[in-house]
Design a protein around this ligand. Structure first.
Ligand code: MRU
Length: 361
């Protein structure tokens, strides 16, 4: 995708050194800046502090984090310590564990001493695959969106959080079909929910604007009204973990949108790559839900009228606050899951038909 018309990716290897540059998403949408990650600690901090965020991008960053650790010291202890450090950064998005497991099993076949290069190549392969998978999600999603657009000669979609290219290496998951529809000439408009408390909707608005996709930001609480008024043709979101029974964990607030969409008879699509599907997790009850700091509700970052960054305290420090960062949408509320291999009903069989290699008799 493009920033100021220049093609870019969210994570980019730096030439002639072992480092990657990422977009610091904590500065967006007010400022665009990059952050260089040169060590395991840099990578772990970037994930923990949400400089990088979004399930697929967290996984890719973790893979590079392993490679950065081995670039400093290639031994067994460094590898296992790096994996443990990165695994502890964020609990819900399974792409993190998926990427670490893949790095671990790939490196197990490589002798100590040759693992630094092998790790770098494997992390790069994971990044490239993510790009390819997201592009395919866009194509498969477009197949679903075309008939909806044909009905009215335009397409009004709603999304939540940021499941765009900022949340992946490129293209995005939920936003990939939207970009594909826009690029195919469909008159598409997007309702972007703010996504309190961290306001990832502002990231979605920012990237849609970069691509020229018409969109309107709404408060999270406006969702029900717009759906009930018939102003939405489909809701499309990403996922942080899809359980084997097709329950979907995604940014908190997703479940309420699914309920409202069901009540309004509007399709509710979930777009995610293989790395988001956890076939070892039986159902949504088994998905760990991240609890984040109450200060994300108490204190709002932004810029003042002169553009200077700052923060406003909404609530006193001693105000009791709960901040679960994700919720679980039961499979029965999901119309279709869109993956890089195609679309399927949100059922265990649907997932296994797309990924038959996961059927263990
Ligand atoms: O807490 P975040 O910003 O990492 O959460 C991200 C989301 O919930 C996204 O919607 C999800 O990861 C899908 S990303 C393609």
């Amino acid at each position: 995708m493009k920033i100021n018309n220049i093609p870019t990716r969210t994570i980019r290897p730096v030439a002639e050194t072992r480092a990657v540059d990422v977009i610091d998403q904590t500065a967006l949408p007010h400022a665009y800046r990059t952050q260089r990650l040169s060590s395991l600690e840099d990578a772990a901090h970037a994930i923990r502090s949400m400089q990088v965020r979004g399930a697929p991008l967290i996984g890719v960053t973790a893979a590079y984090g392993v490679a950065l650790a081995l670039a400093r010291k290639d031994d067994e202890g460094t590898l296992s310590a790096a994996i443990a450090t990165l695994a502890a950064t964020r609990p819900t998005a399974v792409n993190l564990r998926w990427a670490l497991a893949r790095m671990q099993s790939h490196l197990a076949a490589v002798p100590v001493g040759a693992r630094a290069n092998a790790a770098w190549q494997e992390a790069s392969a994971i990044a490239e695959e993510d790009v390819d998978q997201c592009r395919r999600i866009g194509d498969h999603g477009l197949d679903l969106l075309r008939p909806l657009a044909a009905r009215r000669g335009r397409l009004d979609l709603m999304t939540h959080c940021n499941a765009g290219w900022l949340a992946t290496v490129d293209f995005g998951t939920a936003l990939a079909p939207i970009y594909a529809a826009f690029d195919a000439g469909i008159d598409v408009r997007v309702w972007v929910s703010e996504t309190r408390p961290r306001n990832q909707g502002l990231l979605t608005a920012w990237e849609l604007k970069q691509h020229g996709v018409p969109h309107t930001l709404i408060a999270d609480n406006a969702t029900g009204l717009l759906l009930s008024r018939g102003e939405v043709d489909a809701v499309i979101v990403g996922a942080d973990r899809i359980a084997a029974n097709a329950d979907v964990a995604n940014k908190v607030g997703t479940y309420l949108k699914a309920l409202a969409a069901r009540e309004a008879g509007v399709p509710f699509y979930v777009a995610a790559p293989r790395s988001t599907i956890d076939f070892t997790c039986p159902d949504g009850n088994a998905i760990p839900i991240e609890e984040r700091s109450g200060d994300e509700l108490r204190v709002i970052p932004g810029v003042d009228n002169s553009g200077h960054p700052g923060a406003i305290r909404q609530f006193p420090a001693d105000e009791a606050v709960a901040n679960p960062a994700f919720d679980v949408t039961p499979a029965r509320l999901v119309s279709t899951i869109i993956t890089e291999r195609g679309s399927c009903p949100a059922t265990p069989d649907g997932l296994l038909k797309l990924y038959p290699e996961e059927s263990h008799a």
